[in-house]
Each structure stands twice: as structure tokens, then as C-alpha cells.
Design a protein around this ligand. Structure first.
Ligand SMILES: CC(=O)N[C@H]1[C@@H](OP(=O)(O)OP(=O)(O)OC[C@H]2O[C@@H](n3ccc(=O)[nH]c3=O)[C@H](O)[C@@H]2O)O[C@H](CO)[C@@H](O)[C@@H]1O
Ligand SMILES: C=C(OP(=O)(O)O)C(=O)O
Length: 435
């Protein structure tokens, strides 16, 4: 179990460049299974989850070459489907959430796809019904081995159809799209998720010869094609990492520039931080955050009632930033309710923040009220364990703002989504070491 030691209370300054998007990378990497031709991908983040998925693809027989930092070529012209039944796969496939998206492309191209119950954050129930209901609608037979937690779908052929998803699942939509692009006839997916991750996936698939329309909306229409070719693709910057840097700047009262953020793909994210009173300036495609010497004040609603920040399927606010917004609110002037609607166990980490001196009431597993300090009192340093990726980065931000030396254990949870975080933090003046 890795550990960070952090000497808090420093003001940071400088520029930071976001890594390629983790959740986009997990979709795009699975899509390389859809073609026997060469696919080149750039801006792949060097993080634990992505590296685990690349290793899984290699074990499946995909020929992979590293071309430079973050750039790889993939050629899936000789796939070893027997590997999918091996104990090794049953072990490694569990290592991350994103591996679930191997199933759709395997089913679409080879008529069968298997996966052990995938891993990822333990942040409440994470069901897979939407994925498998979609595959079944396309004509696949579903089987589930309860003893081994092993899922499988098989089909002689997939046939396009209309489907209304029971929820706008991000990985579920990606999975079904990747199966449907090679189905016979037209598939219509209503209540599709439409995050930039999915938009990027659909654009890449269209460049490979797929026929997907409605990209960016919750109604996707996919005309099946016989086969797909090669392409080149570049990942967008990671919007959750961008939000994490905004939170860090505000909470440590630092002046930071976040480079090349792809503003137009950030949706509600800048707005959510601005509602907490944080000043952001758009400079070309960068975000400039000035030093908040006089703090930041939470905006109430027009009628004067207390602000609620809640997640919603895109184009609503992504749930992956709520833990960070919650931490930032600790030093704001005013009060806010953070309502995490999607996940059931993602707010329990606030106990640690309360130990550090934060004024937070956990109303129920989904809602926390934060009463801001307005920098009148500093958080106390402490020792903590990172429970999940976003709680981990939030605790790290809290530690960087606190007085004294804090220790964070289980930092693998942070490393699974943030590339070289300690080195990049030291480059802007943070006092953090990996021990
Ligand atoms: C690898 C990856 O891409 N992970 C992301 C993906 O996970 P993932 O694709 O696993 O998450 P889903 O979109 O399937 O659902 C997330 C949770 O939200 C609930 N839900 C979802 C849609 C909806 O309309 N209503 C609703 O309540 C689901 O029941 C589930 O508990 O999307 C999540 C939601 O943005 C993000 O937190 C994860 O970082
Ligand atoms: C919940 C997340 O990731 P995963 O779906 O991989 O667990 C996340 O990125 O915040």
C-alpha cells in the first residue's frame, strides 16, 4: 500500500497540463478490438487503470507498439478468444471497471464476449443490467455464473433494433454502441449517455467506417456495417482532472493556469466552481485561476435559498467531481448542499474531513451540507486512507491546504486515475513525497 506525505499550507503557482481522459481512454482502447487494421492512439494517460487494460488487450493477442509518450499503435488481427476462458482473464479482468467494455466489441466482431464482475471504485451498487439488456435486445444469449461472478454473451448474429435504456449508463452505452456498429440493420438507442467520452468514441468509430448519427445527443442511430478499418485518434484532456486542479487552486489560494483544457467539452464544470464563488478566466483554450486572496463566496439561488450542487447524466454535472466540489466548499464563505444522486457510498469520506476540522453534516448517504470557514480557520493535518479515486484526490487537496504534515495511505486509488500526480504537484510548488 503506497503512501503520500504532504506538508500543507503552501501556495502553489504555475502551469499544469491535464493528462488524457481516463474514462475516454478505457472506451477507446476497447474499440481497437473492432478492427483487424492498425489503430493509432495519442494522449493515452499513463495511469494504473489504463495500463491494466492495455495489458489485457496484449494478453488477448492485440499487437501493441509504443510510439512515444502516450502514443501507441494497436492491431487486433489475431485475437486469442480462448484466453477469455482462462483463469488469468478471470483474475485480471476484475482489476478495473473499464474492462466491462471489452464485451461489446468482442460480441460485435466475434459473436461472443465474457467478463468477470469488473472492479473500479467501491462507491455503492454498480449494476450492469443496462449493458446486458442491450446485448440481449440485439439478439445475444446471456449467461451468468454466480459462483465465479462470470458474465457471458453469445450470438450467431446481431440484429439492429430499437431500445430505450433503463438508465443513461456511460459504459453501458459505449458497450452497446460497440456491439451495434457491426450488427445487421439499424439500432436506435434512446436515453443514451452522451458524455464527451462517448462523443469521442462515436467519432472514432465513424472514422473507422461506422455509421452513427445523433452523436452528442441521447438518441443514437447506428446503421450496422460489415467491417471497420483503421484510424488515428487523440484523447481529449481529462475533464475530471481539470476540475481537480481548479479545486486545488481555490483551496490553496494559488494562482494556476490549466493549459489546453478543450473548454467547449467541459459542460457544467466551470459553472459549478463559479457557483462556489471561484473565479475562472478563459484565456484561449486555457483556464486561468487567480489567487483568491479574499476567499470565495457561495452564490445563493435568486430567491435567497441555499445552493444545492447535484450530479445528473450529461449534459448535467458529472458525479465524479462532487467530492472535489465538496472539499472546496469547506473554505468558501456560505453554505451549500452537495447531493450525490448516483452513487450510494461516495460521501462517507467526509468523516475524515470532519476530523480535520471541516464543518460538514452528512445528512444521509447521498447528501452533505457544508458550512464554509471562509479561511477563518485552517484544516488540521492528519493521517488518512484513500477510499476511492475522487475521495482520494479530495483528501489530497484537503491535506495540501492543511497546516502541518498529513499522510495518505492507499494512494494506488489516486494513481489509478492521476498520472504522476506527486511529480506534477512538486513542479508547481507542493511539498509532497511518495514514501
Ligand atoms: C470507467 C467509467 O467510465 N466510469 C464512469 C462511468 O461509470 P459507469 O458507466 O459504471 O456508471 P453508470 O453511468 O453506469 O452509472 C453510474 C451510477 O449512476 C446511476 N445512474 C446512472 C444513470 C442515470 O441516469 N441514473 C443513475 O442513477 C447508476 O445506477 C449507477 O449507480 O460513469 C459514471 C457516471 O458518470 C462515472 O462516475 C464513472 O467514473
Ligand atoms: C468512479 C470512477 O471510476 P471507475 O468507474 O473506473 O471506478 C471515477 O473515475 O471517478
Amino acid at each position: 500500500m503506497g503512501t503520500f506525505r504532504i506538508e500543507g499550507g503552501q501556495q502553489l503557482s504555475g502551469e499544469i497540463t491535464p493528462q488524457g481522459a481516463k474514462n475516454e481512454a478505457l472506451q477507446i482502447l476497447c474499440a481497437v478490438l473492432l478492427s483487424s487494421e492498425k489503430i493509432t492512439i495519442h494522449n493515452i494517460p499513463d495511469i494504473i487503470d489504463v495500463n491494466k487494460l492495455i495489458a489485457l488487450l496484449e494478453d488477448l493477442g492485440v499487437k501493441i507498439q509504443k510510439r512515444g509518450k502516450g502514443s501507441y499503435t494497436f492491431k487486433a488481427d489475431d485475437i486469442n478468444l480462448d484466453y477469455l476462458q482462462s483463469d488469468q482473464f478471470k483474475q485480471d479482468g476484475r482489476g478495473l471497471r473499464g474492462s466491462i467494455m471489452l464485451v461489446g466489441p468482442l460480441l460485435g466482431r466475434f459473436g461472443k464476449g465474457y467478463i468477470p464482475k469488473p472492479g473500479g471504485d467501491k462507491i455503492g451498487r454498480r449494476r450492469l443490467d443496462t449493458h446486458f439488456e442491450g446485448f440481449i435486445k440485439l439478439g445475444a444469449k446471456f449467461r451468468y455464473n454466480r459462483e465465479e461472478y462470470f458474465y457471458g454473451v453469445e450470438a450467431e448474429k446481431l440484429t439492429g433494433t430499437y431500445m430505450l435504456l433503463d438508465e443513461a449508463s456511460v459504459t453501458g452505452t459505449a458497450n452497446i454502441v460497440m456491439a451495434a456498429v457491426l450488427a445487421e440493420g439499424t439500432t436506435t438507442i434512446y436515453n443514451a449517455a452522451c458524455e464527451p467520452y462517448l462523443q469521442q468514441l462515436c467519432k472514432m468509430l465513424n472514422r473507422m467506417g461506422a455509421k452513427i448519427s445523433g452523436v452528442g445527443s441521447n438518441l443514437l442511430i447506428i446503421e450496422g456495417v460489415e467491417s471497420l478499418g483503421g484510424t488515428e485518434h487523440t484523447m481529449l484532456p481529462d475533464m475530471i482532472e481539470i476540475g481537480s486542479w481548479i479545486g486545488l487552486a481555490a483551496m490553496t489560494r494559488s494562482e494556476l493556469t490549466i493549459k489546453n483544457v478543450s473548454w467547449d467539452d467541459l459542460g457544467q464544470i466551470p459553472n459549478a466552481f463559479q457557483k462556489l464563488g471561484i473565479k475562472l478566466e478563459r484565456k484561449d483554450d486555457d483556464i486561468y485561476i487567480p489567487k483568491h486572496e479574499n476567499g470565495y463566496e457561495i452564490q445563493n439561488y435568486i430567491d435567497g435559498s441555499i445552493l444545492t450542487i447535484a450530479d445528473a447524466p450529461w449534459p448535467g454535472l458529472t458525479p465524479d467531481l462532487l467530492s472535489i466540489l465538496l472539499v472546496v466548499a469547506i473554505q468558501a464563505k456560505g453554505e451549500v448542499v452537495i447531493h450525490q444522486k448516483m452513487f450510494e457510498s461516495r460521501l462517507f469520506f467526509v468523516d475524515k474531513l470532519i476530523d480535520m476540522g471541516a464543518k460538514i453534516i452528512l445528512c444521509d448517504p447521498h447528501r452533505a451540507t457544508v458550512i464554509g470557514h471562509n479561511f477563518k480557520s485552517t484544516l488540521k493535518s492528519t493521517t488518512m486512507v484513500s477510499p476511492d479515486i475522487r475521495a482520494g484526490i479530495s483528501l489530497l487537496i484537503a491535506a495540501l491546504s492543511a497546516k502541518g504534515t498529513s499522510t495518505i495511505h492507499n494512494i494506488e486509488q489516486i494513481d489509478r486515475g492521476y498520472e504522476d500526480i506527486d511529480t506534477r504537484l512538486r513542479a508547481i510548488g507542493a511539498n509532497i513525497v511518495r514514501v
